[in-house]
Design a protein around this ligand. Structure first.
Ligand SMILES: O=C(O)CCC(=O)C(=O)O
Length: 366
């Protein structure tokens, strides 16, 4: 069972061909580095192990879609990181002099500097990575300011069987574009695609990124458990004011092996649809089960096991994969997650986050 499209207003999509043009300019400073060497992620030539798919108009797309194992998950060197291990990474940072109050900024594109951040694996199932210090505080302020300026509306998100799945939350969409005044949003895309998408996905003609969805929850605002689904292979959530509260109830923070898991690694507890996933999480508790992304200022109990908590601060992000990467092209239902109710104490009762969804549109045909 798939989620219905959750947005009243369909966001526009930027195909990666646009982003690749952008990346060509910026790839020199967009790379991952391990402790001993740097690995350039700038190869744009079609990979030998490419995806094969029928055109979206074909009714036989399901039979013809061939997704090689590994294509829908993280590429090397992220793939081989173990839980707790991290790699240094860089993205180019446009030198931006801004006035956040007025929401205006001036940019000198010829002047860019390198910004270092760290990518740490926090779960294998689903594949979740914590990006420490991905955005600067100034960039967070700039995104919130652009969202306010564009006029934020009450979010009308609806998932299958839920009429009010997102409560007390305002939303704005900012173009994932390289054009003024949205260069920052385009810059974030080029900062992640090379590191987080496999070469076959990157090269595929139906790869796309949605506009940046900026959300501001008021006190009590929340988003019920859901799967991002519908061709969204990778989700990146940016934490703009240091307030977390994203909970993955079925994530495994450490290398746990369940008794139901056979020697081939197949986990028989893996839910295969939304009903099963909701049933499995019914009695689970944030902080004790799964993985809770929590702001540093969260005043709730700090007694929970550390391996169940991902502590974020302003400018951090998490990236997670929504499909199994075993070649089956099925949803990974362990990626089910929710936004817990925002409290008065944290962030002055406001939680600001932004979502970037990377898509492989051909999956919508299956
Ligand atoms: O509010 C959160 O922490 C999670 C948001 C989310 O899951 C979504 O917007 O799809």
């Amino acid at each position: 069972m798939r989620l219905a499209r959750r947005h009243k207003q369909k966001p526009s999509l930027i195909l990666f061909t646009t982003c690749i043009g952008l990346a060509k300019i910026q790839c020199a400073s967009s790379f991952l580095a391990t402790s001993s060497h740097c690995v350039a992620k700038s190869s744009l030539s079609p990979p030998p192990n490419a995806l094969h798919a029928s055109p979206p108009s074909s009714s036989s797309a399901q039979q013809q879609l061939r997704i090689p194992p590994g294509a829908l998950g993280p590429p090397e060197p992220l793939k081989s990181l173990q839980v707790g291990q991290s790699a240094n990474a860089f993205r180019s940072l446009q030198n931006t002099a801004e006035s956040a109050d007025q929401g205006t900024h001036t940019q000198n594109p010829s002047s860019s500097q390198t910004h270092q951040f760290t990518i740490q694996r926090v779960s294998h199932s689903p594949e979740i990575f914590h990006l420490h210090n991905f955005l600067t505080p100034q960039e967070c302020i700039q995104i919130m300011s652009m969202a306010k300026q564009s006029g934020m509306e009450q979010a009308q998100t609806v998932t299958e069987h839920d009429s009010t799945s997102r409560k007390n939350c305002r939303v704005a969409w900012l173009p994932s574009s390289n054009s003024s005044p949205y260069e920052l949003v385009g810059n974030l895309v080029s900062g992640t695609i090379h590191g987080f998408l496999s070469a076959p996905v990157h090269a595929h003609s139906s790869s796309a990124v949605e506009d940046l969805q900026v959300l501001c929850y008021g006190a009590g605002g929340e988003f019920v458990p859901h799967h991002d689904g519908e061709a969204r292979i990778l989700t990146v959530i940016y934490y703009l004011n240091g307030v977390g509260g994203t909970w993955f109830p079925l994530a495994r923070g450490k290398e746990e092996r369940h008794p139901e898991e056979d020697t081939n690694g197949w986990d028989h507890r893996m839910p295969v649809n939304k009903g099963q996933a909701l049933e499995m999480i019914r009695d689970l508790v944030p902080g004790k089960d799964g993985l809770l992304v929590r702001g540093m200022d969260d005043t709730s109990s700090k007694e929970e096991p550390k391996d169940r908590i991902v502590s974020i601060t302003q400018g951090d992000a998490i990236a997670f994969y929504n499909y199994l990467d075993d070649g089956s092209a099925r949803f990974d239902w362990t990626a089910i997650h929710c936004g817990l109710p925002t409290t008065e104490e944290e962030g002055g009762g406001e939680k600001w986050i932004a979502n970037h969804w990377y898509r492989l549109n051909v999956l919508e045909e299956t």
